[in-house]
Design a protein. Structure first.
Lengths: 159, 159
């Protein structure tokens, strides 16, 4: 997806090969930390701690140079401050939007996610893939109409 | 996996960034052609035809330059003649070995796959990741002992 949509990138300075590495590496820590649902506010409370511990455990298995590369990519992705990580994170947030839209709002419905929450989550897409933003708005609006998203802010914790 | 094991690559001339693109692109045709099981001899009869049709349909959706890049990577992967594709294909064949070994021989048992068939399939690993070959032999031997693989050549067609 990062490769296919690269022509729509909204800013310069993106090294697409580095983005691919970042996309590959960015959620390896979930092997030990588990996947924290994007709208699970309770899960987010200790997400950083859990993922840091997972990273220490995981990257310690690698040769030093590879460990450094993976850790750098992972931290950079999370901070979303560089062109590479802004683009990679936008792709990472755009994808579940499509997945949910094409599965009758599967996880949105399950957790009672609102349009407001989705907009907050996918905000990085606006700058990273500006030509696709109109499509994003269409998807969110249509998802509201179809009942995939709630109008008001509401989310169930996973526990 | 391609990135993590790159230090074990057994020959020069590999462009690892290109390998990552190749790994990402190489089975996109399965969207339309389906995944043909590695030991399904009947499925392999029309695999090339099915995948070519799928490629034509799929790549036609892309801008010309991207279509050309994806098609080139896909064809190169299948031909296994260049350093990039020899390494990428070896990774692609090494991975299911691990998956099957770590799941009590899941698809091997299901289809009655033999050690001989696995050795034929994973032969590219020997040249591409020579330092890992001893481990491959251990896995195959242990899988025979544990009954994940049959001693004689036998495979059920999927139909």
């Amino acid at each position: 997806m990062a490769l296919t949509l690269f022509e729509y990138a909204g800013f310069d300075g993106i090294d697409i090969d580095r983005v691919l590495r970042m996309a590959i590496v960015h959620d390896l820590v979930e092997i030990y930390a588990g996947d924290t649902f994007a709208y699970d506010t309770k899960g987010y409370e200790d997400k950083e701690k859990r993922e840091k511990e997972a990273a220490n455990k995981l990257f310690a298995m690698l040769p030093a140079s590879l460990a450094l590369e993976y850790r750098t990519l992972w931290e950079e992705f999370d901070q979303m401050e560089t062109p590479d990580s802004k683009y990679a994170a936008a792709i990472d947030r755009f994808q579940p939007l499509l997945n949910n839209y094409l599965t009758d709002g599967h996880t949105w419905v399950k957790h009672g996610v609102s349009a407001e929450q989705v907009y907050e989550r996918i905000a990085p897409v606006k700058a990273a893939l500006p030509e696709l933003w109109e499509f994003v708005e269409y998807v969110v609006n249509d998802s509201c109409k179809k009942g995939y998203l709630t109008a008001s802010k509401r989310v169930k914790s996973t526990d």
